[in-house]
Write a protein that binds this ligand. Structure first.
Ligand SMILES: [Zn+2]
Length: 95
């Protein structure tokens, strides 16, 4: 069973239903930008419902920020552990 996902353009408040695929991102009809996949559970506001569109955008932005922050933290952690590896021998010599 292939379920359709909701794809949206926040700027144009355009939405369309397409199955989610890894190699295809639907484009907005108006601005031709990549659409944002909201999944199939999220309700799409009416085109005139500016307030809920704004809320939806903020929610999605927050969600992607959290993912981004987590990724950054992991990268920093990795970097730190690498730096420690490099620094260790020097400290041993100093002490
Ligand atoms: Zn658009």
């Amino acid at each position: 069973m292939s379920s359709n996902h909701n794809w949206v353009c926040f700027d144009c408040r355009y939405s369309k239903r397409e199955p989610k695929s890894t190699n295809f991102i639907p484009k907005c009809n108006s601005c031709k930008e990549d659409l944002y996949c909201l999944g199939y559970k999220v309700a799409i506001p009416k085109k005139t419902d500016l307030k809920n569109w704004k809320k939806l955008k903020e929610d999605c932005f927050k969600r992607s920020m959290t993912v981004l922050e987590r990724e950054t933290i992991n990268q920093v952690k990795e970097k730190h552990s690498l730096e420690k590896e490099e620094i260790k021998p020097k400290f041993i010599f100093k002490n």
